[in-house]
Write a protein that binds this ligand. Sequence first.
Ligand code: GDP
Ligand code: MG
Length: 833
Amino acid sequence: MLLTNLKQGEVGVITRVKGIGAFRKRIMEMGFIVGKPVKVIRKAPLKDPVEYCILGYNVSIRNSEAELIEVEKISDDSIDEICSKCDKAEAEAVIGDFNNKHKAQYNKLYLSFVGNPNSGKTTLFNKIGRANERVGNYAGVTVAAKELNITKNGIDYKITDLPGTYSLTAYSPEELFVRDYILKNLPDVVVNVVDATNLERSLYLTTQLIDMDIKVVLALNMYDEFEQSGNTLDYEYLGKLIGIPIVPTVATRGRGIHNLLKKAADVAHDKDKTVRHIHINYGETIEKAISEIRAELKKADDVAIFNRVSERFFAIKLIEKDPEVVKLAQDLSNFQSIDNVVKRNIKTIEKQYGDTAENIFTDAKYAFISGALKETLKRKKKLNANQSDKIDNILTNKYLGIPIFLFFMWLTFFTTFKIGAYPQSWIESFVIWLSGIFIKNFPDTLVNHLIVDGILAGVGGVLAFLPNILILYFFISLMEDTGYMARAVFIMDKFMHKIGLHGKSFIPLLMGFGCNVPAIMSTRIIESKRDRLITMLINPFMSCSARLPVYVLFITAFFNKYQGTILFSIYISGILIAVLTALLLQKTLFKKIDIPFVMELPPYRMPTVRNTVFQMINRTNMYLKKIGGIILIASVIIWVLNYFPRNFEGAKEYEAKIAKLETTISELSSQESQNSAKLAAVQDSIRIISAEKKYKQQENSYIGRVGHFIEPAMKPLGFDWKMSVAVLTGVAAKEVVVGTLGVLYHSPEAESATLVDNLKRQYEINEDFTGKSPRLVAISFMIFILIYFPCVGVIAAISRESGSWKWALFVVLYSTGLAYVVSLLIYQTGSIF
Ligand code: GDP
Ligand code: MG
């Protein structure tokens, strides 16, 4: 009977706790455990919740929760005793006596057999049943479930044999029946009978059981035929990968049945270490949709349904437009807003992939299966290799894999630099042309200065790097879409294990090259907390695309050879630092625990123009928003701080000098015999004096004072005060570094100069630089930008995702300290030579 059927004052002993993961865990933590006595303390008609006494405590639970607890009514006065005393120690003693007395009564286990047609379910069922011949039949709606009861090892098993299905969607009556059966009856353990000779197809159903977050044991049936085929399967490791214990069986000869039943009992009683609830990763867009829908589902008034059905499964089915689940959702109080969220997400998903959400789920499931089998199944004879396998044989080859991968990465950075240079120069020319219009056609006012020297110099400087970033994203999206990214995970897995991480950590790290913020959020695909944290902490060393403009700027200005290679080396340095940091963290703060995870292996596919364009438009939007927002504001602020105060010591002298030279010019040009050589010389002096004046003004400006204040600390690294300021402003966002340099190095005297020109010219007039190799400064600066304080966005993401400010603070101190040390070493040793 159900706990709800007990009347006030009655006592029962718990025989079964149904329901899924989170609910089960909570209710069991409250003390509702199989074998424990429970008494109804207070129960009024129509009253919810009801008060119970369990383990000497009084607790209240809802009727919808009590409905998931099965009890057997008993009369035992000893229970009254503990409930009246409410003393834990005494209660335990009484319960101990009680358990000895009532042992057999609650050793019940409810198993259901689920599997593909012809996987051997019925054979297995009959073999188990023959030991005890009570095999009964009862009819379902259109299909039937057979039921038997046997007692083995002191446990009463109730076993049902369900119709064979390939899937648990709501398409065929069998599928719907099996799914409904599981959700309504909530068996303790589902025994997934799998044909070992046909693993790929059979495991598809398993992935759906994983989505449902229910307890599963996998019977690896037809193991005799599998062994004869000469293939081998590391089924224990496969079990660890998918979080489901696997027992090989030969149903026809009854082999493995004893183990299977024992394993099922262990799983039911939470005694099996292999059991782990995993998520099959459906990709960024779908995972985001799932979590948005889940958040919406949580807002419903009555969420009792999620004690039986996993929210994740529910959300997935809503995205698949499963009619049965949509019907269930209609009963929820906030169906309208759930429906809106679902529809909006479906639209985004289908727009991005150009395919139905259902197909995308199917593809991801097969990718999961291939990945899991690639690590565990060794085939004696290669099947007639398909296209994907042939490509895989080369790309994931033991010796070729890593060199090929490095080549692709190098190609990415090379192209980013080379091809990006063309549109980059067009944008630069456009910004200069625009500045020219303002300078020529508008009066020389404060506003004009703000537009030209502040906004256009700052925002324009950053805008110029949009093409580079787009190309980088183009390559990342290409690697994702073709399926190469998934291979990269495989290739890197061994290596990642060496630094104490899993191949899966590789994706967030790779994504870090785009932007560290979504990369840190994507660490959610890593199930192990420890791996997640390490991956998060080393992620900022993956040089994000916002840092790219800084490198491109300095490399263009100071290096005329091996530009792509230098860029590539900077990225490699970041990776190296990440690796060393991971090793360090592993040796000090985190102990190594190895939990295996499946690396999904989708088939190779031609990338679609649609998806690539979608991704690139997305990124462009994000970049432009950033430019229009934080970078615009930062540019204006920096300009203001740089522009004021206007007066400084010696300003008058400069003005006088310039005025004097200007009169000389007018004199010279009014003379009959024009001395053009002399004229040019004077004009030159004006240019130099004006530049000097501006430089002095800047030095004296508010930002100059800040820069000069920190300059002594930065000088050992080779930075002038402008670079020091750029380092400070880069804390907001790394794009601001270039924006800042754009404003600070912008000189109104040379209006047609690009930032690269300005930077080069800086070395001609800035005495701080004379004698120093600008290349050394450039390298020191680029490395500093690579390593130091990521940006406020990343710090916020780390503290949010790690759940503690402690780790965010750690990243701030560690990265900035390390950047300082490394740049110091580079600059100081470089200066010796
Ligand atoms: P169901 O559709 O899942 O109920 O599968 P059945 O129990 O009807 O079995 C399908 C066929 O597979 C039958 O001919 C069985 O004899 C055979 N079979 C079942 N289990 C095994 C096994 O472990 N090894 C071998 N060699 N054959 C098996
Ligand atoms: Mg059958």
